[in-house]
Design a binder for this molecule. Structure first.
Ligand SMILES: [Cu+2]
Length: 141
C-alpha cells in the first residue's frame, strides 16, 4: 500500500478519535463554554498587608474575566491561577491587566507567585504565603 495513503488513514483515524471523544465521551462539565459576558473585576494587593482584596471572586462559567490588579506596595508581587494558565508579575506600585475566559466550573485558587516577604499586620504575622484567594466559578447554562 502506498505509504502516503497509510499516513492519511492514520491522520483520519486520529481526527475521528478526537471528534468522537469530544462528541460522545467528554463530560458535559468539562466542555469549554463561553457566555460572551465580560466580568470586570479589580483586585488590589493591599499595602503592607500581604493580602489580596477581595480574596474571593465569583464568576459564571464561560465569562471573560478582565481583571485590573493593583499593587500598592513598593515591592513586586505576582498573580497566578494555575487552572487557567495565568502567571503575571505585578511590578511595584503598578497596575496590570489580566484577561482570560473561565471555561471550567469549580473553585480555583489564586495566589502571589513572586516571593514578597513578610510583616506584622495588626499583631498578626503575615507572609507571602498568605496571599491567596479563591475564584469561584459556578455553572452557567
Ligand atoms: Cu508574594
Amino acid at each position: 500500500m502506498n505509504k502516503y495513503l497509510v499516513l492519511i488513514i492514520i491522520a483520519v483515524l486520529i481526527l475521528a478519535g478526537g471528534v468522537g471523544y469530544r462528541v460522545f465521551l467528554l463530560p458535559q462539565k468539562s466542555v469549554p463554554v463561553t457566555t460572551g459576558k465580560v466580568r470586570e473585576i479589580t483586585i488590589r494587593a493591599k499595602q503592607n498587608h500581604w493580602q489580596f482584596e477581595p480574596e474571593a471572586i465569583e464568576a459564571q462559567r464561560g465569562d471573560r474575566i478582565v481583571a485590573t490588579i493593583i499593587n500598592e506596595d513598593d515591592y513586586d508581587h505576582g498573580f497566578a491561577i494555575d487552572a487557567f494558565g495565568i502567571s503575571q508579575r505585578m511590578p511595584a506600585g503598578q497596575t496590570i491587566k489580566v484577561e482570560f475566559v473561565v471555561t471550567q466550573e469549580g473553585d480555583f485558587p489564586f495566589y502571589c507567585s513572586v516571593p514578597c516577604g513578610e510583616g506584622v499586620v495588626d499583631g498578626h504575622k503575615r507572609t507571602h504565603f498568605d496571599m491567596v484567594g479563591t475564584l469561584h466559578v459556578v455553572g452557567g447554562k
